[in-house]
Design a protein around this ligand. Structure first.
Ligand code: 6PG
Length: 251
């Protein structure tokens, strides 16, 4: 049974810095226990700001980055190197500044490559790559104002997917429209799922998800970790939560 915790920070800047610090500890602990760690990255302003904070953290290199397996929870299906790709933004924010092992960095395929413009084929290839990955130590996610997470949107084909771990999605409400995404069953393979978000526009989706909304309507509600689910919020994104929700602030 996954333990759910909610942590609220005063500002978006403090949230990103605190999530980066929490990531260092989680990765160091995983490596102490197992010799390596696996982390799933996300796009979006909060997710990328966390990576920038990691880059500038004085504790950054407590992590042996050469023994971290890096994946993405979703990707904009754009040409390699496109500035809007989550991979491009992650490399600029962090990966280009730390000693990762290139063989352990697993971006989702770009469009115009071996899978042409077929996000479904790209998704199948990434699913095959994930096939034998036992689990992820930490899976980072953002949340959209209407409740999407990764590129799983409300009432979409992706949110109803129960078998496949990775799917291609088209006509996403959030541009760019064509993406590749982990599905909720894949997200739930993670030991820990951390949903990090900021801003008043997310408050309603956060409150509905934590109040038990159906995942087909609020996909973030279905993003739970096997061991732990953490909601990491700024005050604005937490503003519609009950003032002192019973138990859910326990960390
Ligand atoms: C993406 C992200 C997406 C994002 C949320 C929140 O590729 O766009 O993976 O799921 O995390 O839309 O984005 P913001 O933090 O910018 O609101």
């Amino acid at each position: 049974m996954s333990r759910t915790g909610v942590v609220v920070h005063a500002t978006p800047a403090l949230l990103a810095a605190a999530v980066a610090a929490r990531l260092v500890t989680a990765l160091v602990d995983a490596q102490a226990a197992r010799g390596s760690a696996s982390l799933v990255l996300t796009g979006g302003s909060t997710g990328i700001q966390v990576l920038r904070e990691l880059r500038s953290s004085s504790a950054r290199d407590a992590v042996d980055w050469s023994r971290v397996d890096l994946y993405w929870g979703d990707e904009r299906f754009l040409p390699s190197g496109h500035p809007d790709r989550n991979e491009t933004q992650a490399r600029t924010a962090l990966l280009g500044h730390i000693d990762v092992d290139p063989a352990r960095v697993h971006p989702m395929p770009a469009s115009g490559g071996e899978f042409g413009d077929d996000p479904g084929a790209a998704a199948a290839a990434y699913a095959a790559l994930l096939g034998d990955v036992p689990t992820f130590d930490v899976l980072l996610l953002g949340i959209g104002a209407e409740g999407h997470t990764a590129s799983v949107f409300p009432s979409s084909l992706a949110v109803h997917e129960t078998e496949r771990t990775v799917v291609g999605v088209r006509d996403c409400p959030k541009p760019p429209p064509t993406r590749v995404t982990l599905t909720l069953p894949a997200i739930r393979r993670a030991a820990q799922v951390w949903l990090a978000t900021a801003g008043e526009d997310k408050a309603s989706a956060v409150a509905m998800a934590l109040a038990g909304a159906d995942e087909t309507q609020i996909p973030a509600a279905g993003a739970t970790g096997r061991r732990r689910t953490l909601w990491l919020l700024d005050r604005a994104a937490a503003s519609q939560l009950p003032t002192e929700p019973a138990g859910s602030r326990a960390m």
